[in-house]
Ligand binder design. Structure first.
Ligand SMILES: [Zn+2]
Length: 250
């Protein structure tokens, strides 16, 4: 993918070029990002990444749009009920920013497709709603050396962890792989939007070098108090990520 910006793109991104610089913007244009999930987090992540001018987005989701999704999954509208979420999301993003290439994959992420999906991109965004799939994607991203931005929401709270293979610990270091997802979790649009915004900001900082990356740190945001907490993560001894190289005293 060419990183040269057209005159229209230079106008479109004028205000953020003041922050990212031409080089930063070109890095975003050259990049491809996998968004795993086209629900609440995925809608906002795709919107923010497309607004930024990331060159190529791959949106994966095997679900169809349901009426109860519409309080937070802002890329799906009334007329999309019953349609595959990946198609609905991709279509909106193409209309929103024609300079962004979008691919829709109408499948659930699984052991049979995760490697191919992760291999085809430069970075992976977590927009999932279940831990089983998150661990699968976390492991594949680590295996293929792709940065993985974990994001999760529960009610008014949410968390983000930027994971960089070889540099930081993984999601499995932090949470037991036996963690299961409750059948129905509380979710509200503004929390989802804030957490997706934090996740995208961390990816942009990682890629462009603007600001300071929080890689290896869990950022916890609580909309009830508007407090943000940051927790430094440690590799779990014996984990297949960098935890495998840790001495017992660490
Ligand atoms: Zn680990």
């Amino acid at each position: 993918m060419s990183e040269a910006l057209t005159p229209q793109e230079l106008v479109r991104y004028d205000r953020q070029l003041m922050i990212l610089g031409l080089e930063g913007q070109q890095k975003l244009k050259k990049m491809s990002v996998l968004i795993v999930g086209a629900g609440g987090l995925g809608s906002f992540e795709a919107l923010y990444l497309a607004a930024l001018g990331v060159g190529r987005l791959v949106i994966v989701d095997g679900d169809v749009v349901e009426p109860s999704n519409l309080n937070r999954q802002v890329l799906h509208w009334e007329e999309d009920i019953g349609r595959p979420k990946a198609l609905s999301a991709a279509e909106k993003i193409r209309r929103f920013n024609p300079f962004v290439e979008v691919e829709a994959v109408t499948e659930h992420v699984s052991e049979s497709n995760v490697d191919e999906l992760v291999r085809s991109v430069d970075a992976v965004m977590d927009a999932l709603d279940n831990w089983e799939a998150r661990f699968l994607v976390d492991e594949a991203a680590y295996r293929h050396g792709k940065p993985f931005i974990h994001a999760g929401v529960y009610g008014l709270e949410g968390q983000v962890i930027p994971i960089v293979p070889g540099e930081t610990s993984c999601l499995r270091c932090l949470l037991p792989p036996s963690l299961r997802t409750p059948p129905k979790t509380p979710a509200i649009g503004f929390t989802v939007g804030i957490i997706a915004g934090i996740a995208v900001a961390e990816l942009v900082k990682l890629v462009t070098g603007v600001g300071r990356s929080n890689k290896g740190t869990m950022i916890i945001f609580d909309a009830a108090s508007m407090e943000t907490t940051r927790v430094e993560l440690k590799p779990r001894e014996g984990c297949s990520c960098i935890g495998g190289n840790q001495t017992p005293s660490s």
